[in-house]
Design a protein around this ligand. Structure first.
Ligand SMILES: [Zn+2]
Length: 412
């Protein structure tokens, strides 16, 4: 997907202290793949379906109003009362949503119905919400509710979702707040993952980008299914990633970034690996990488530059895959192309490491501030060739040679 840069870290990296390439970001996730795995199947009425009245558009409007009021008031009792009597799990989930509103202090909550319900009673509702201090604009999230019409009005029989679904709409969450971060932990997430080093990640980023005053929002799913749901991707599509940075809401306009941890991978990392992954992702958040048109080698290399800047691991160790590749295939002859970050073979780690070394080389050549200025100007649309020449008196070929020469001193 050339228009949706996606990076994966190699499986083996998760078990080693080697940090480069551990993490990833996902731009504009959701539009193409969203909902494939998550939309509740539309089931036609069978001949022996029970004779219940089909819900109407008016019923959907009533549910939207009642659910919106219950959520906005963080009223669990009122929310759970909207569930059909034969659906206790739905009652629990609706109650959890309302309780989560209170825990997260969500604001601006509204619920609006989409198309009128069909014979199956399914209606897609748009829940708009905003996490204060993180989201400048309301975030629309789609819930697919199956309505039934009982004697006392419409009720909710099932709850499904389409596209990206934040944890607070999936079930109970715990919230850990600090001056620098909000960490949203799905209730069942175990020890090992429920306290990611978010504050340390922010501190690491601010050492390089002191003007970043934003706060970090981290979603910590309990399992792979929730991880997929938060990203709105088909099952397993991001299974190799330790963490993903994504945006919530309309990918074309969203200013709301989230770091989403993959519990199956993140929980296997060493404390150092976790620190590096979060700092890498926090860098993406700080520079709004999801909206950047800069080449991926620069986006990923810069994030690894920041994340690895103060890590006490020899450079040669952090570049081990690139050293291996150089020994087998010869020296690096170009900076990694976008497709290198979408691959799943062993060259992926090398792509990260080459990108990181390119940024490290630039910072060492003319100072970290020059690297930041270069990143910012390319991020704003400046031509890479022109900016490299202006800021470092280099072109891509020469920068590649400098990286290759450095790696060659480590190769056999
Ligand atoms: Zn990344």
């Amino acid at each position: 997907m050339p228009s949706a840069p996606a990076d994966h870290h190699p499986t083996k990296a998760g078990r080693t202290p080697r940090a480069a390439g551990l993490s990833s970001f996902l731009t504009r996730v959701g539009s193409a793949a969203a909902g494939l795995a998550l939309v509740a199947p539309v089931v036609g009425c069978s001949a022996d379906a029970p004779a219940v009245a089909t819900p109407t558009a008016a019923d959907a409007a009533v549910v939207a109003q009642d659910l919106g009021d219950a959520l906005a008031a963080a009223d669990s009792g009122r929310a759970s009362a909207l569930a059909a009597s034969e659906a206790p799990a739905v009652a629990q989930r609706l109650a959890a949503m309302a309780a989560n509103v209170g825990r997260l202090h969500l604001r601006g909550i509204t619920v609006a119905p989409g198309q009128p319900p069909g014979p199956d009673g399914l209606v897609t509702f748009t829940v708009a919400w905003r996490l204060p201090g993180i989201d400048p604009d309301p975030i629309p999230t789609l819930l697919t509710l199956r309505l039934v019409r009982g004697s006392d009005g419409p009720r909710i029989l099932t709850v499904g979702s389409r596209g990206q679904t934040p944890l607070w709409l999936l079930g109970p969450v715990d919230v850990r707040r600090s001056h620098a971060a909000v960490v949203i932990v799905e209730g069942a997430a175990g020890p090992g993952i429920d306290r990611p080093p978010a504050v340390a990640a922010v501190r690491t980023v601010r050492a390089v980008l002191p003007r970043w005053s934003g706060r970090l929002a981290v979603e910590v799913p309990a399992d792979a299914a929730s991880f997929d749901a938060v990203l709105g991707v088909p099952h397993g599509e991001r299974a190799a990633d330790a963490a993903v940075t994504t945006t919530f809401g309309d990918p074309a306009t969203s200013r709301s970034s989230r770091v989403v941890l993959n519990p199956d991978v993140f929980s296997t990392l060493t404390p150092l690996g976790r620190r590096v992954v979060l700092a890498h992702e926090a860098t993406h958040v700080a520079v709004d990488a999801a909206a950047s048109s800069a080449p991926l080698w620069l986006v990923e290399g810069f994030a690894d530059y920041v994340a690895l800047r103060d890590v006490d691991v020899p450079i040669r160790t952090s570049a081990a895959d690139l050293v291996d590749l150089t020994e087998r295939r010869g020296p690096l002859d170009r900076l990694p192309a976008a497709r290198a970050f979408a691959s799943s073979d062993g060259r992926l780690a090398s792509a990260y490491q080459a990108s990181w070394l390119a940024c490290l080389t630039l910072a060492e050549r003319d100072g970290e501030r020059s690297l930041v200025r270069f990143y910012r100007s390319v991020d704003r649309g400046a031509d890479v060739t022109g900016a490299l020449s202006r800021d470092f008196d280099l072109d891509r070929r020469r920068l590649t040679e400098l990286v290759a020469r450095r790696v060659s001193t480590w190769a056999r």
